[in-house]
Design a protein around this ligand. Structure first.
Ligand code: FAD
Length: 427
């Protein structure tokens, strides 16, 4: 019997891993399991809705399920015994020869400063999930964006957020950004977006292309401060060049000012009556302080574990974390293995290394006597499969609003009704 592999997490690293495993041994039986009824992780629920080209990588992953014999098992929440879920990791390991954790890092990293609990402070993960209509995010408050928004962080996720907030109505053509989100942003009438980070400009984490793209939005004025911190940086520094392309843009009819500031650490968020009013920063050496009036702060400083799979203990006790080996028969891949760094394609090399380790270890393992997916299908009657995802996909494309490429189903209930051919019609 072929060895049975369960990859937990149908995001890019889980999909790349399945690809790599089958390339090394096409007799393996590979299942990709996800807690959501639908596949593709942050491709669907993180990548900005107006970056459809990037989301197109899902077409490549679809070949796994359509042609390469990989089975998608959705709507199954796996976790350690203490965190609810439908099946524990220990139980799943009993059913498969190999289990790989490719569940990403879903939680917003905290600033760790006073005032983070104030109304008006939102994490970038929570906000981008809401904008992407993640089924667990319908009660999040993207509607509450005020007129003065401060985005803390200067990586690509911060740039996605600034671009979306600064787009005007009509600039979301060809995206799958819900019209309800676009209307809320327009209704907020944002007048000023402060983008502020710790690094000097020449060392900021953003991709220069992302900054240039913000400059393409109509009727924005740009202010770039703190470039003196980059004095002496090479003249060909592409980040400085990208900022320079924005520096002169200041149309008379600007509807919003986008200001970039560098070299500031957040020290405190201040509010009145439980609502945010300002964000306070200092230089690393304490030489200067800066107070920014803000009715919304969006933190975009990275992501961490939600503890549901006991990542900290697993990683601490790993036998060889570099090749993804956590324990015999248990592996890690992608962001779960190496932290919240890297783009979608960067998960590919990572997954290739983990696949090589798995296949090497399986060589000394006897033929499989594990039940694999048959045991899951016998125990759970509301699992989704790839055909179920195709029904959801088709529905979302068929019911699309004008100017959009997809209207996502926003609740798990609606997705399951369609996926499982239940009687309720999605709203
Ligand atoms: C907001 C945002 C925007 C981004 N934009 C881009 C971009 O434009 N271009 C780019 O190249 N990269 C982008 N990235 C980075 C890219 O998304 C990551 O490199 C990539 O998604 C990491 O893949 P992953 O498979 O490790 O994790 P994920 O994509 O997070 O996939 C993890 C999967 O595991 C599932 N899961 C979680 N817990 C469980 C559980 N207990 N049981 C079962 N399943 C579970 C989740 O539902 C999810 O489907 C972005 C990241 C973020 C956060």
């Amino acid at each position: 019997m072929p060895h049975k592999i369960a990859i937990l997490g149908a995001g890019p690293s889980g999909c790349y891993l399945a690809q790599s495993l089958l390339k090394l041994d096409d007799a393996l039986e590979v299942d990709i399991i996800d807690r959501l009824p639908v596949p593709y992780g942050l491709v669907r629920y993180g990548v900005a809705p107006d970056h459809q080209g990037t989301k197109g990588v899902a077409r490549q992953f679809a070949r796994l399920f359509e042609r390469q014999g990989v089975t998608f098992i959705g709507n199954l929440d796996v976790c350690t015994g203490d965190h609810g879920g439908e099946i524990t990791l220990a139980e799943l390991r009993e059913l498969y020869d190999v289990v790989v954790l490719a569940t990403g890092l879903p939680t917003d990293q905290k600033l760790g400063i006073e005032g983070e609990e104030l109304e008006g402070v939102i994490g970038s993960g929570a906000l981008t999930r809401a904008w992407n209509d993640h089924p667990d995010s319908h009660d999040l408050p993207p509607a509450k964006t005020g007129k003065t928004v401060t985005v803390i962080g200067n990586g690509n996720v911060a740039m996605d957020i600034v671009r979306i907030l600064s787009k005007g109505e009509g600039e979301f053509e060809g995206s799958d950004f819900g019209t309800h989100h676009a209307e809320r942003i327009a209704a907020a009438g944002i007048e000023r977006i402060e983008v502020i980070g710790r690094s000097p400009a020449h060392m900021a984490k953003f991709d220069p292309v992302m900054v240039k793209e913000i400059g393409k939005s109509a009727r924005l004025r740009f202010e770039i401060a703190d470039l003196q911190l980059s004095a002496g940086a090479e003249a060909d520094n592409t980040r400085l060049q990208a900022l320079a392309t924005l520096a002169g843009i200041a149309p008379d009819d600007a509807r919003c000012t986008v200001s970039f500031r560098f070299g500031w650490s957040p020290v405190r968020l201040v509010g009145a009556g439980g609502k945010l009013t300002s964000a306070h920063f200092t230089r690393a050496d304490g030489s200067e302080a800066l107070d920014l009036p803000s009715d919304t702060v969006i933190t975009a400083i990275g992501f961490c574990d939600d503890a549901r799979l006991g990542r900290a203990d697993l990683v601490a006790g790993a036998t060889d974390i570099d090749s993804g080996r956590l324990a015999p028969g248990l592996y890690a891949a992608g962001w779960f293995r190496r932290g919240p760094r890297g783009t979608i394609p960067e998960n590919r090399a990572d997954s290739q290394a983990v696949a090589a380790a798995i296949v090497e270890d399986l060589a000394s393992l006897a033929a499989s006597d594990k039940p694999g997916r048959a045991a899951l299908q016998a125990r759970f009657d509301r699992l989704t499969d790839y055909a179920a995802w195709q029904r959801i996909d088709e529905h979302e494309r068929a019911t699309v609003s004008e100017g959009r490429v997809r209207s996502k189903l926003r609740s798990r209930r609606d997705m399951l009704a369609l996926a499982l051919n239940e009687t309720e019609t999605p709203s």
